[in-house]
Every structure is written in C-alpha cells, then in structure tokens.
Design a protein around this ligand. Sequence first.
Ligand SMILES: [Fe+2]
Ligand SMILES: [Fe+2]
Length: 343
Amino acid sequence: MCASANPVPTGRIDSDSIYYELYQKSIELGTWDANKLVEKVGFEEDKEVWDSLEEDEKEQWARLISYFIDGEQAVAADARRIMKSVSSPHFDRSLEKEMFASALAVEEAKHTQFFDLYITNVMEDKFPQYKIDNRRGGIQIPRTEACGAGEMFERQGTLQAQAAHGGNPADIARAATNYHIGVEGILARGGYYLKNNMMQESPLPLLNKGFQFISTDEGRHITFGLEVLQELIEKEREGVPEYQGVQKAIWDQAVEDIGYIVDTAYFVTNDVGDPLNADFDGVINRGSNLAGDMLFNTLELEGASARDFAMAASDAVNEAEGSTYDDVIDEYEHIYSQRMAGD
Ligand SMILES: [Fe+2]
Ligand SMILES: [Fe+2]
C-alpha cells in the first residue's frame, strides 16, 4: 500500500525512512475533504439530535468541542515551528521529516476547518463566541481559557518557539513531548474516549465521522513525534554530550502536562455533573494507560516509572476536584465580548 510495498527507486529521498512512510500514508489516506464530508453526510440528523438535548448536555458537548477547535488551531499554527525544528542540525536527516511535517500542517488545518464548519452549522447556540482568530484576537474561547487545555496550548506555543529558534536537543524533546504526547497523544485521544461515551447517549453521526478521520490522521502525528523523540534519546544513550538531558526534559514535560490534561477532563465531566456519562474515572485510567505505553513501552524512558506517573496524575485529580470554573468562564466571556465589539 505504501512505498515500501511497491518500491519505486528514489534519489535523495530515503524511501526506507519511517518518516517517508508516514508521509506517503498522509498523501494516500489524509486526503479527506472536510467540506465534501459535511455536504455528503449533511447537518440535518446532528441538528435534530442537538436541538433535542437538555441544556446541561449541550454544555457538556460545548466544553469538549471548544478545546478541540482551539487545540486544532493551535497545533496547526505551531506546525510551522515543527518544520523548523526538524530541519535543525541536531538531526542526522531532515528531508523526510520536513515532508511529513508539511502533511501534518495541512491535516491540522483541515481539522480546524471541520470543527469550524460543525460549530457554525450545528452548535452555534452554545458558541456565541468562537469567531475571533486567536492570532488576531489574542484569546481562545472562554471555555477553553477556563480549563487546563487553554493553558496547555499557550505553553505549547512557547515551547515550540524555543525549540524552533535555535533550541538544543532537550528543548526540542520538551516541545515534541508536549505536542505529540501531551496534546495529541493524551488530551486528544482522551477526548475521543469522552466523545465515544457521550455518543452513546446522544449520537451525532456527522461529528462522529469527522472524529474518525481526525483520529486516523492523529495516529500518524503521534507516531512521528515518538520517532523524533527516539532519535534524540538514542543520541543521549550513545553519550553524545549535547543530547544529555533529553530524557529528563521528556519526563518533566509529561508531568507538567498531566496537570493540564486532568483539569480539562474534570472540566468536561464531573464539573458539569457528567449528564452524558463521559466518565471521568474512565478517561483518567485511559490517559494513564496511553501515557504509560508511550513513555515506558515505546520510549523506554529511564529514571522514572509508570508508578511515578500515576502518582502525578492522582495529585492532579485531587487538585482538579477543588477547582471551580464558572467565574473564569464569565470573566473570559466578558473579555471576548469586548474584543468582538472592538472588531
Ligand atoms: Fe488535529
Ligand atoms: Fe495532530
């Protein structure tokens, strides 16, 4: 199906590279068209279900979807920085990585487009504020701003900028951990777990279809990120001086991110009384398994254990349970309204 199954000789491109394989898969499978998808499936059925939902059920969906649209836009915006980081001299080869990063950029733009189309045509009553371009308005949707996800996306921008502008291997590792393990690998995949549960109570077929395409694309992005991290770890294990500290950077960032992620999970579930049975405990368990699998099975991180990670997650759960978010939403709604009025 991809290049390796039917090899056509390449010149400067290494066709055995995993990055090239991922790129080819994006070219082949990542070509779905968000606009055509919504036209083909139509909004009618989703709109009918949406209109039948109780207010608290709508609120629960809105909390989940707000962090998806803002998150997709944030990762799309930072894709340019990934292109820059992977071209740094800290990697032996860059061409195939840059090829894949360009596909990732298009895919993240498409994910942003899908959620924008969906909110506008189905959920707009719960999103009076979502139209300002983050880059111009400077703030995310009030619900995103109120929970850990908003903070996590801002942190992502800072880390990616540090990595792209002359960052050392530990800076690149930190940024890749936050983006590919934290945001894509746990926050987004935890979100799929929540939406799967919520779909049992309130099936939204078009939204589900979009999520299916998006999660397939995300699978490649996560694989890419783990490969990049493995390259850096390998150099550290070989004892190359400038790569020392890579594994520590990965661990530190993973622990920082778990705080943002658990807070977001709590915000979307128990803070609203979980009317659609999204299941807070279940998503925490799912997130811990995903993290453990990436950090300890795939990367074989040294100096920390899955147990340490579970303890960090449990501290974050205790902290989230003491949080209140409504005042923060109100505050940001006020700021957002002012920005919109100023447009
Ligand atoms: Fe995405
Ligand atoms: Fe992604």
